[in-house]
Structure formats: structure tokens, C-alpha cells
Design a protein around this ligand. Structure first.
Ligand code: 3PG
Length: 207
């Protein structure tokens, strides 16, 4: 799978923070049951790498990747844990080199046209617009489509059930990302049914 194929794998990529490794597999299964198959487990908790490992081993229908990657070392650790793709809030030359040589789908974060062009120079034509709502949202992506027609985006940051469809209708949006599918209260309360319902609603947005 390449990065463009990753963007079309699921209309919504949940941005997941896992505090408790024991919940990771059930959470992943709840999302898959609702039709969401690409899961971004962020490196924002101590449990992240173990969670990636557990999902990779026990939820074969999920495509698990790593998010919030800032350094080559973090990318390497996540790949060893079994991450199939990577996502970053930005891009540095060191990270670009590491991601390129890792040969996995990788979405660098961009927020300006110059950053999008620099990431494209490194070979990343599928990118994460971050933080999407704060930097211009759907209007920005619409404006970029003219001068940057070959770039595809996964906007994240401030996206929810109420505004996701507007992004998904754009020709340069492959999928959207967000944390709204995994509310911390539902995860802490192990309310997997609520998460499956949110996943089903998210999939319906794309239709
Ligand atoms: C990300 O890392 O992609 C964002 O923090 C997700 O943003 P959200 O919490 O506003 O969905």
C-alpha cells in the first residue's frame, strides 16, 4: 500500500490516544466493527507502542499506524512494534529521510503552501493538513487544489461529525482524521458499542 491508497482505505482515520494497553484490542475491534479500518495510534501516551503491537497481533482487519511521530527514533520504535504507516504533525529533514527509507506510507503534517511544496519535494504527495480548522479548513484546501492539484490531504485538527462531510466532498481530500470517534470518556468506560456507533456514523458521512 502507498500513502495515496492509505487515504482511500477509510473515510475517517481516528486519532487515538491509548492510556491503557488492555483496552487497545477492544477499542480497535469496536472501530473495525463500525467500518473504520485505518487506525492512527498516537505517541502521546506511554502505552502507545504496546497498543500498536497488540492491535497488529490481534486485530488482523485493522491497519494500525503510528501518529505524532516527531523523530526518526520514534518512527523506528513504532515500526518495530508493527506500525504499518506513520503520521506526523510536521516534517523535518531527518524525519523525511527516515520515513522515505522506511518505505511505509507516511503523511507529513503541513499548514502552508510552502510546507506542502517542501513535503512534495521529499516525495510525499499525500499529506496531513494540521491543524486543519485553525489554518483555514476546507476553504484553504479548496484554494490549494488549483496550484497544487497533484497533492492529496488528510485534514485533521478540529474535525468532527458536523464538518467532516464538507472536507470529504473536496477532490483533494482522501480522508479526514480526528479524535471524535474515540471520546476519552467512552474509552475509559469501555463503552465499545458507543464507539462502534460513532464509527458507523463516520462511515456514513462519506456516502
Ligand atoms: C491530530 O493530532 O491529528 C489532532 O490532534 C486531532 O485533532 P482533534 O483532536 O481536533 O480531532
Amino acid at each position: 500500500m502507498n500513502a495515496l491508497e492509505l487515504l482511500s482505505h477509510s473515510p475517517v482515520m481516528p486519532v487515538i490516544v491509548i492510556q491503557d494497553t488492555a483496552s487497545a484490542v477492544d477499542l480497535a475491534r469496536a472501530l473495525v466493527a463500525g467500518g473504520i479500518r485505518s487506525l492512527e495510534v498516537t505517541l502521546r501516551s506511554a502505552a502507545a507502542l504496546d497498543a500498536i503491537r497488540a492491535i497488529r497481533d490481534q486485530v488482523p482487519d485493522a491497519l494500525v499506524g503510528v501518529g505524532t511521530v516527531r523523530t526518526p527514533r520514534q518512527l523506528d520504535d513504532a515500526l518495530r512494534a508493527g506500525a504499518c504507516f506513520g503520521v506526523s504533525p510536521g516534517l523535518t529533514p531527518n524525519l523525511a529521510r527516515a520515513a522515505r527509507s522506511a518505505g511505509i506510507p507516511f503523511l507529513p503534517g503541513v499548514a502552508t503552501a510552502s510546507e506542502a511544496m517542501q513535503a512534495a519535494d521529499w516525495g510525499f504527495t499525500a499529506q496531513k493538513l494540521f491543524p486543519a480548522e485553525a489554518v483555514g479548513g476546507a476553504a484553504l484546501l479548496k484554494a490549494w487544489h488549483g496550484p497544487l492539484p497533484d497533492l492529496m490531504f488528510c485534514p485533521t485538527g478540529g474535525i468532527h461529525a458536523g464538518n467532516a462531510a464538507g472536507y470529504l466532498a473536496l477532490p483533494n481530500v482522501g480522508c479526514v482524521g480526528g479524535s471524535w470517534l474515540t471520546p476519552s470518556q467512552a474509552v475509559a468506560g469501555r463503552d465499545w458499542n458507543a464507539i462502534t456507533q460513532l464509527a458507523l456514523q463516520a462511515c456514513a458521512l462519506a456516502k
